[in-house]
Ligand binder design. Structure first.
Ligand code: APR
Ligand code: PHB
Length: 393
């Protein structure tokens, strides 16, 4: 087989890239390890930055998002029995975020790409990328128990943290930075109305809690849990009780409870691989970096990588330019590190780390400072709505 851009992974990164290339007449083939049902069944975060929203519109997959997505102008911090609203729109000159689940983003992308004749091989794990230092890299994958090969101009490794693209690069050519946090998030998805019409991030002595949503009738809540914790140990009632203990009393009494649609535990990690380009192999999204979910930057960073990568590939095919391909890794990484920093900082501000009482007092002091400082609220708001993409022309 032969294509222009071979893409590993049919998550948001791979699909968005394929879609943006297709709209410019550039062909690609996606190989995906899992089945279509499996990929579309994954529950992930649901807060889209302005840049992500604009890119989805550019990819012509925004119809349902623009109809059903919820625009949020602010979010709330709860701590020490108080609450502070961060007015994103006011602090950033009118910017906001869009609440629309990653599961739906993925569905919209798959439907558009397949509808336009795009090629996705499901149940087709890539096993390696070869010859990426030449101008004819090869993507090797398994389908129906047989090794197959796609000869490409470029390969995009959009295959997430556990993918093979990054692992195809010799260890001495890549630098990995990693931090594992000593706790996880236990999340519930339930068809009950959200407790408030904006998100609430709660710092509490018992641990962090988050009130989020997918729609006016579907809520997503999280509580910090131990790394050893198991979903099987949590009944729905136990979850709701613990959530309510960590929320301000007036909020807790408003929570509508209901049976789970899904409950899962996610570990928290900060991870960056440098560089993000090796000859004609490019990494994007979770294949190159992971953030803890505090602040919901994962999908948004995948989108900004694809913003840079799609423009670099389009400039190559349309104008025979290689300069943007050369600048991809550095430009993407500058934004990645800023989001890594914000997610790490927000995680540290909100979670219970140990039983040392000074840690909690310091968090409450910092939250109190934010509540009283326009400058601190502006810094938080501009990171939350998403830092601008740099000029990449
Ligand atoms: N061959 C083919 N596909 C693979 C392989 C492989 N060897 N390994 C992994 N994949 C697939 C996974 O099954 C998954 O569908 O690559 C896809 C990667 O998708 P994501 O993990 O969603 O990563 P990405 O597209 O970069 O999106 C980033 O999604 O995971 C969240 O938190 C993350 O929100 C962020 C966003
Ligand atoms: C979610 O809705 O799943 C969500 C929202 C905000 C976060 C993380 C997750 O910071």
């Amino acid at each position: 087989m032969r294509t222009q851009v071979g893409i590993i992974g049919a998550g948001p990164s791979g699909l968005l890239l394929a879609r943006l290339l297709h709209l410019q007449g550039i062909e690609s083939i996606i190989v995906e390890r899992q089945s279509k049902a499996h990929v579309l069944g994954r529950i992930r975060a649901g807060v889209l930055e302005t840049g992500t929203v604009e890119l989805l519109r550019e990819a012509q997959v925004a119809h349902r998002m623009d109809r059903d997505g919820l625009i949020h102008d602010g979010f709330n911090l709860a701590f020490d029995g108080r609450r502070q609203r961060i007015d994103m729109a006011h602090r950033t000159g009118g910017k906001h975020v869009m609440i629309y689940g990653q599961t739906k983003v993925t569905e919209d992308l798959v439907e558009a790409h397949l509808g336009a004749g795009g090629q996705i091989f499901y149940d087709a794990p890539a096993v390696g990328v070869e010859e990426y230092s030449t101008d004819r890299p090869r993507l090797i994958f398994d389908k129906n128990g047989r090794h197959q090969e796609i000869v490409c101009d470029f390969v995009a490794g959009c295959d997430g943290y556990h993918g093979v693209a990054r692992q195809s690069v010799p260890g001495n050519q890549i630098t990995l930075f990693e931090k594992i946090y000593p706790f996880g998030w236990l999340g519930i998805l339930s068809d009950v109305p959200p407790v408030q019409d904006e998100l609430i991030y709660a710092n509490h002595e018992r641990g962090f809690a988050l009130c989020s949503m997918r729609s006016p009738t579907r809520s997503r809540y999280y509580i910090q849990c131990d790394l050893e914790d198991r979903v099987e140990k949590w009944s729905d009632d136990a979850f709701w009780d613990e959530l309510r203990r960590r929320l301000p009393a007036d909020v807790a009494e408003q929570v509508t409870t209901g049976p789970r649609l899904e409950m899962s535990i996610a570990p928290l990690r900060s991870f960056v691989a440098e560089p993000m380009r090796f000859g004609r192999l490019f990494l994007a999204g979770d294949a190159a970096h992971i953030v803890p979910p505090t602040g919901a930057k994962g999908l948004n960073l995948a989108a900004s990588d694809i913003y840079y990568l799609s423009r670099a590939l389009i400039a190559f095919y349309k104008e025979k330019r290689v300069d943007l391909l050369d600048r991809y890794s550095a430009a993407a990484l500058r934004r990645v590190w800023k989001a890594i920093r914000f997610s790490w900082w927000f995680t540290g501000l909100m979670h219970k780390y140990d039983d040392d009482p000074i840690s909690h007092r310091l968090q409450v002091a910092e939250l109190g400072y934010i509540a009283g400082s326009a400058a601190a609220q502006t810094a938080m708001a501009e990171n939350y709505v998403g830092l601008p993409y740099e000029d990449f022309t």
